[in-house]
Design a protein around this ligand. Structure first.
Ligand SMILES: *[C@@H]1O[C@H](CO)[C@@H](O)[C@H](O)[C@H]1NC(C)=O
Ligand SMILES: *[C@@H]1O[C@H](CO)[C@@H](O)[C@H](O)[C@H]1NC(C)=O
Ligand SMILES: *[C@@H]1O[C@H](CO)[C@@H](O)[C@H](O)[C@H]1NC(C)=O
Ligand SMILES: CC(=O)N[C@H]1CO[C@H](CO)[C@@H](O)[C@@H]1O
Ligand SMILES: [Ca+2]
Ligand SMILES: [Ca+2]
Length: 591
């Protein structure tokens, strides 16, 4: 989704570039044993583009199962799969026609069970995408609702619309826009009413003010928990609830933002009444209860709830829960995407992104760090390939959990997709001149396994999206074969985080040392310190880290370095004259 305008305003207010204070993590250093998700490395799989097992050019479940060894080798704790449920694929699985079944082109329920079984054997947890806001218009619930079948009349958000007093014609109930451009209301001839769709026309919004819907969606959660999933990543939370209707059954219009002239764009209007309602927070607390109840009854590890919400901090942080109720384990922290989109890659921007999370996070909760997903330009394209190691290191040296979108470990960049090959509805709702601004296809191109046919993704004649051009050099096989590669660095990072008590339990101190150099120090009494230093600038620099922390010893031992760096692991380097090439990033240790 596009960066929210309110959030931008908030950011400009909080923009304090020169503030070089070291901050202590509130929740860290607490000597309590951690739960699995608190230090987890999550890995997002976009199933359509991960691995194709049958040559139809579309990734599938058996493909994922066949590559679970790869995830094991990466060392990740859990994989979350973008939607694998039955779907007409208008929004590539985010339009679900049966929440209880698998999309046939991805496989069967038995294939899914085989995937879970193999993942269990390898010690990898599987998390599913839960898409609560809407279903597909081909879902039987919607068909029954259109037909006003008993029990389904109010499953979706229906409205008569309003009459235009000057033309006498029927018009949509409000001026609300969907995310994918244009009105959020669609007239349904059969029912004789409009329905709300905050996303595409084929994605009608479920009505969460109907208790039957709330209960149905909890059933969905319980159903997949029984199939052995380790939790859910909940999709698109901001639009879950809309404001209550007034006494006449009407909804209010949104106001002009004056930020943009394109009347079709979501950002043309405010989203006061259609996003971030308090009832949405409470619904997440209820889902958490479903997961906790499941664990209480059936035992096993805690099921985890991850939340997708591009919302301002005041709203996002509420998802964690409050002093009396637990909410989501981890509301995704998108600051490395949203905050860093606002300006050039710089140490002060990195600091702002971290500050905005840690300073707003309620005490005792667990932080998390996300670099990308299938809605955003790939991390290596956004930050620059030369900074991908620095960013992968950063999310793993900071306290809490982190999330990798498939390909970030390789430094994969975006593909280029012609207008003819464009399939994303957001792109398709635009036109041949402007689609590149909206389309999300470039970050969804198939994963690169090798430099062979279709990058080893598929044996078929064609793939559902064309490959990115750089697959011959950026792929698993060649990065495995190289002495130094993004992939090898990524694996060392995961291994270090899994074994290091300092990274798991240590306190954190960080700052923009200069406009270019960012420094993090993790410390655990008795175990020592791990120091991260990265140069986001374009020139070589020499820094004195004693200015950052007087207690550092005169030298530090190199643990992990970015691909181009000329330093050697295991060697010691001066703390007062630490030289960093442009784009260089290091992890160093006190012993
Ligand atoms: C009523 O229709 C006219 C003519 O199409 C239009 O200009 C006007 O904005 C409409 N009024 C409302 C309240 O939508
Ligand atoms: C916590 O959230 C619950 C559920 O929304 C609410 O009823 C309760 O008042 C909140 N408690 C505090 C202390 O904010
Ligand atoms: C973190 O600290 C807790 C409590 O002191 C300890 O039980 C746990 O083993 C530590 N974690 C690691 C990885 O050392
Ligand atoms: C990152 C992500 O999951 N984005 C999805 C958010 O929800 C909409 C609608 O379900 C999808 O179109 C996005 O792909
Ligand atoms: Ca396939
Ligand atoms: Ca909704």
């Amino acid at each position: 989704m596009k960066a929210n305008r309110t959030f931008k305003t908030l950011l400009s207010l909080l923009w304090l570039p020169a503030l070089a204070l070291a901050c202590q993590d509130k929740a860290a250093s607490k000597p309590a044993s951690k739960e699995w998700w608190q230090t987890a490395q999550f890995y997002q799989i976009y199933p359509r583009s991960f691995k194709d097992s049958n040559g139809d050019g579309i990734g599938d479940l058996n493909g994922i199962t066949s590559e679970l060894e790869y995830l094991k080798d990466l060392g990740v704790t859990a994989a979350w799969l973008s939607p694998i449920f039955k779907s007409p694929m208008v929004d590539f699985g985010y339009d679900i026609s049966d929440f209880y079944d698998i999309q046939p082109e991805y496989g069967t329920l038995d294939d899914f069970r085989a995937l879970i079984k193999r993942a269990n054997e390898l010690g990898i947890k599987i998390i599913l995408d839960f898409v609560p806001n809407h279903s597909s218009d081909e879902n039987v619930w919607f068909k029954k609702s259109v037909a006003r079948e008993r029990g389904y009349e109010d499953y979706y958000v229906w409205h008569d619309g309003r009459l235009n007093s000057s033309t006498g014609k029927r018009e949509p109930p409000t001026n609300w826009n969907q995310y994918f451009r244009g009105t959020a209301w669609q007239w349904n001839e059969q029912r004789g009413q409009y329905y709300l769709h905050q996303f595409a026309v084929q994605q009608p919004d479920l009505n969460y003010r109907n208790p039957a819907v709330v209960e149905q969606m909890k059933r969905v959660l319980r159903y997949w928990l029984k199939e052995g999933v380790a939790g859910f990543r909940c999709d698109a939370l901001p639009p879950l609830f809309e404001v209550q209707r007034d006494a006449q059954g009407q909804y209010p219009d949104e106001e002009l933002t004056n930020a943009i002239e394109d009347v079709e764009d979501r950002a043309y209007l405010t989203t006061k009444y259609i996003e971030n309602q308090p009832e949405t927070v409470d619904m997440v607390y209820q889902w958490r209860q479903v997961l906790d109840d499941h664990q209480r009854i059936f035992g096993g590890d805690a099921g985890v709830l991850l939340i997708e919400t591009y919302s301002p901090a005041w709203f996002t942080m509420q998802f964690y829960g409050n002093s009396s109720v637990n909410g989501a384990h981890l509301p995704f922290n998108f600051n490395f995407i949203t905050v860093m989109e606002q300006g050039p890659l710089s140490a002060s921007n990195v600091q702002l992104a971290i500050d905005l999370w840690l300073q707003n996070m309620p005490a005792g909760r667990t932080a998390n760090w996300v670099l990308g997903n299938h809605d955003k330009r790939r991390a290596a394209s956004r930050y620059g390939v030369e900074h991908i190691d620095a960013m992968n290191m950063l999310v793993m040296v900071l306290p809490g959990a982190s999330v990798t979108y498939q390909g970030e470990e390789l430094g994969m960049t975006d593909g280029w997709i012609s207008w003819e090959d464009t399939v994303d509805p957001w792109g398709c709702n635009s036109d041949a001149q402007n689609y590149e601004h909206y389309t999300r296809d470039p970050e969804r191109t198939p994963f690169h396994w090798s430099s062979g046919k279709n990058a080893g993704f598929s044996t078929g004649e064609r793939t559902w999206l064309p490959l990115a051009a750089d697959y011959e050099t950026i792929n698993v096989a060649s990065e495995e074969a190289a002495t130094h590669s993004h992939l090898k660095i990524y694996k060392s990072l995961v291994a270090l985080r899994r074994s290091s008590t300092i990274l798991q339990n240590g306190s954190v101190k960080y700052r923009a040392h200069t406009e270019e150099v960012f420094v993090v120090k993790r410390t655990l009494a008795g175990a020592g310190s791990i120091v991260y230093a990265a140069n986001f600038g374009a020139a070589k620099v020499s820094v004195d880290l004693r200015e950052f922390d007087k207690t550092l010893p005169s030298t530090l031992k190199l643990l992990i370095r970015s691909v181009g760096a000329s330093k050697t692991e295991g060697q010691s380097y001066s703390v007062s004259h630490l030289e960093l090439d442009a784009g260089e990033a290091l992890l160093l240790a006190t012993n």
